[in-house]
Ligand binder design. Structure first.
Ligand code: SAM
Length: 363
C-alpha cells in the first residue's frame, strides 16, 4: 500500500534536524520556512542542495510543504528533480497537497510537464515498451477469481476496475447500433458492458493466446455482432480500419508504455495516409467519434499522474483531439486486501480521471 494514503505533512517538524549548524541543515530549514532569499544565499555560499534529512525529504519536499512558490522554483532550478520521493514514497506534490498549497502543486506539475517534454526531445525512444510487451505475450497468464495475472504476478486486470469500465463503455457507446472498437480484452469487463449497450458491430483486438482461448471458451467468437482480431493491435491496423470507422474506441493494453499509446493515437486519428499525404477517413469516425483509454498513466503517484494527464492532453490536441477528464472516485484501492498477491499496486490515487476525447474540428 502506498504511503500516499496518510498525510505527509503530519511528519514535518516531528524529526526536523534542520537546526543543526551545517549549511545543508540551514538550507533545509530555510526551505521548510519558505525563505527563498536565505535559500538563494546558502546556495551561493556553496551549500549542497542534494541533501536529505533522515526520512529522505529533499529541499523540494520542504519547500513544497512551506507553500512558498519562489522557494519551490529556486529549488527546482537548482536541480532537484520534480520526481523525487522520500522514504515514505511521498512526492513533493503530496506535501503541497497536504498543506493545501494549490499554487505550489501547479508549479510542480508544470515542472514535470517541462521536464518530460525535454526528456522526449533528447531521447527519442523513451518509453518504447515493445520488448516488455512481447515478453508478456510469450508468458502464460492465469484467471484467478477477481483478477487476471501474468507469470510474474503482475495484475493484468482486476475486477475493482469494473465500475470504471462501465463508465468507459457508456462514454464510447452512446446509442444502440454503434460501431465500437476495444483494444485489450483482459477480463472482458468493458466488452460485457458494451454488449449490454447493444452495439451494431463490436470489434475486439486481443494479442495474448491464453486470453484469446478464454474468449473462445466463453463464446465471444460466436456472438453475432462481435469480431475478434487476434494479434497485437500494431499488426492489425489494416483489419481494424477495414471494420471501421468507429463511433467509439477504447484502448487498454498491458506491458506497453506511453510511446505505444501515442502511436495508437497517431494511427486512429490520422487523416492522411502515410507518406503519400493523401487524405483518408480516420479510424475514429469524423465527425462524431468518441475515444477513451484506461488512464493509469503514472498511477502510483498523484503528481506523476497529473503530469501525464497534461502531456497526453497536449499530444492529443496536436492530433486534432480535445480531451475532457471526468473525475471518478477510486477510493476502493486503499483496501489492503485488494492488492494481496499482486507484485505491484498499479493504481494508488483517490480520483480517477476518465478521459472523453472528441474531434476538435469538423464537428
Ligand atoms: C488491462 S487488460 C484489458 C482489460 C479490459 N479493459 C477489461 O475490461 O477487462 C489488457 C489486455 O490487453 C492485451 N494486450 C496487451 N498488449 C496488447 C497488444 N499489443 N495488442 C492487443 N492486445 C494487447 C492483454 O493481453 C490483456 O488482455
Amino acid at each position: 500500500m502506498s504511503s500516499t494514503e496518510s498525510q505527509p505533512q503530519d511528519q514535518i517538524g516531528d524529526n526536523n534536524n534542520a537546526t543543526a549548524a551545517s549549511k545543508e541543515a540551514q538550507l533545509l530549514a530555510a526551505c521548510h520556512e519558505g525563505n527563498s532569499r536565505q535559500v538563494q544565499d546558502l546556495v551561493e555560499q556553496g551549500a549542497e542542495i542534494f541533501v536529505t534529512d533522515e526520512t529522505g525529504r529533499t529541499a523540494l519536499h520542504f519547500a513544497a510543504a512551506s507553500g512558498d512558490v519562489d522557494t519551490v522554483r529556486l529549488v527546482l532550478q537548482s536541480g532537484i528533480p520534480w520526481t523525487c520521493l522520500d522514504v515514505g514514497d511521498y512526492t513533493a506534490g503530496d506535501y503541497a497537497e497536504a498543506g493545501e498549497h494549490d499554487e505550489v502543486y501547479e508549479e510542480l506539475v508544470q515542472a514535470g510537464v517541462r521536464a518530460e517534454m525535454v526528456l522526449r526531445v533528447f531521447s527519442g525512444d523513451v518509453g518504447n515498451g515493445k520488448a516488455a510487451n512481447e515478453d508478456y505475450l510469450t508468458q502464460p497468464v492465469v484467471y484467478s477469481g477477481d483478477r487476471l495475472i501474468d507469470a510474474e504476478k503482475n495484475g493484468v486486470m482486476m475486477s475493482w476496475e469494473a465500475p470504471l469500465m462501465e463508465l468507459h463503455a457508456q462514454v464510447i457507446c452512446r446509442k444502440p447500433g454503434s460501431v465500437v472498437l476495444n483494444v485489450g480484452f483482459g477480463m472482458g469487463i468493458i466488452d460485457s458492458a458494451l454488449q449490454e449497450l447493444q452495439p451494431g458491430r463490436h470489434v475486439i483486438v486481443e494479442a495474448h493466446p491464453d486470453v484469446y482461448q478464454h474468449m473462445k471458451d466463453e463464446g465471444w467468437d460466436t456472438k453475432p455482432n462481435v469480431h475478434i482480431l487476434f494479434g497485437r493491435w500494431q499488426d492489425k491496423l489494416a483489419e481494424i480500419r477495414a471494420l471501421g470507422p468507429y463511433d467509439g474506441i477504447f484502448f487498454d493494453t498491458f506491458g506497453e508504455f506511453y510511446k505505444d499509446l501515442d502511436d495508437f493515437h497517431k494511427a486512429i486519428f490520422a487523416t492522411e495516409a502515410g507518406s503519400s499525404g493523401q487524405s483518408v477517413q480516420p479510424i475514429l469516425k469524423q465527425p462524431g467519434g468518441i475515444y477513451s483509454f484506461f488512464n493509469g498513466l503514472g498511477g502510483d503517484h498523484k503528481l506523476f499522474h497529473d503530469v501525464y494527464c497534461r502531456i497526453v492532453r497536449a499530444d492529443l490536441l496536436a492530433l486534432g483531439i480535445q480531451t475532457q477528464y471526468s473525475q471518478v472516485s477510486s477510493d476502493v484501492v486503499f483496501d489492503k486486501e485488494l492488492w494481496k498477491g499482486i507484485k505491484r499496486p498499479y493504481w494508488m490515487i483517490k480520483t480517477y480521471n476518465l478521459p472523453t476525447c472528441t474531434w476538435t474540428t469538423k464537428e
